[in-house]
Design a protein around this ligand. Structure first.
Ligand code: NAP
Length: 219
């Protein structure tokens, strides 16, 4: 099983390091192919660099570790290649206004997950994951001891669930399903009650995450 990681910035670069450390082959792509090639060289034999199209074509699972609008553009261009792939989406509905302030880019109540899932071809297997922690916490909380840290995910798709559980374990975390695509907003920011930012920065272990999930869903 090979995982394509599109985007080698804060999230994609961290995830590539974790997955390679966990023994997973990765194929990396970025806007500038030299960025992907440099990271692949640093990570060794389990990693390679490619164009976005080559990376998707070579992979079983594709992580779009790019900003939401870029994910939308890439899916529009490469929809045909995504048939039968597990598509992993860490995006948050965030952008910057003219003053450089971070703003929500979708209406309240609309998740990035619902937008991306609706753009995919019918044969793709969508899952929201790997965006539930800030990038620095994603980097430092892998293989935490004595209690592993949890990464929530959301999907309606059994194939996607099986794959993301394997990838989250390989990355050094415990997976926990937060719900289906309709619940994706709970693990996005701003506003998600199960996103790290909605929990005062907490990085939960499995018991804590199960208890939080079992608590009443906010109105
Ligand atoms: N940062 C966080 O703490 C955090 C936390 C949770 C979720 N997220 C979400 O994760 C996603 C990525 O965030 P980030 O902070 O990792 O972003 P980032 O550091 O800005 O990295 C973005 C990456 O996207 C690549 N890219 C841009 N346009 C592309 C294109 N057309 N084709 C292929 N690659 C392209 C860039 O390539 P180059 O390297 O060539 O420029 C770069 O590697 C976002 O949706 C964000 O909302 C971020």
């Amino acid at each position: 099983m090979t995982t394509a990681i599109i985007g080698t910035g804060n999230i994609g670069g961290t995830l590539a390091r974790h997955l390679v450390r966990g023994g997973e082959p990765v194929v990396l792509a970025a806007k500038d192919e030299a960025h992907a090639a440099a990271l692949a060289q640093e990570l060794g034999d389990l990693a390679s660099g490619a164009s976005v199209e080559e990376a998707i074509a070579d992979a079983d699972a594709v992580v779009f570790a790019v900003w939401l609008d870029t994910t939308k553009e890439l899916i529009a261009t490469d929809a045909r290649l995504l048939e039968d792939k597990v598509v992993v989406d860490p995006s948050n509905p965030l952008g910057f206004d003219e003053n450089g302030q971070m703003i929500r880019t979708l209406p309240e109540g609309q998740s990035a997950g619902s937008v991306i899932a609706a753009l995919l071809p019918a044969g793709a297997h969508y899952v929201k994951a790997f965006g539930t922690l800030a990038a620095d916490a994603l980097a430092t909380a892998a293989n935490r001891e004595p209690e592993s840290a949890v990464l929530f995910y959301a999907t309606d798709d059994d194939t996607a669930a099986t794959t993301i559980e394997r990838l989250i374990h390989a990355a050094g975390f415990d997976p926990l399903k937060a719900g289906g695509v309709a619940d994706a907003g709970r693990i996005e920011m701003p506003g998600g009650d199960l996103h790290q930012a909605g929990m005062n920065g907490a990085v939960l272990d499995l018991d804590e995450a199960r208890a939080t999930l079992a608590a009443e869903v906010p109105a």
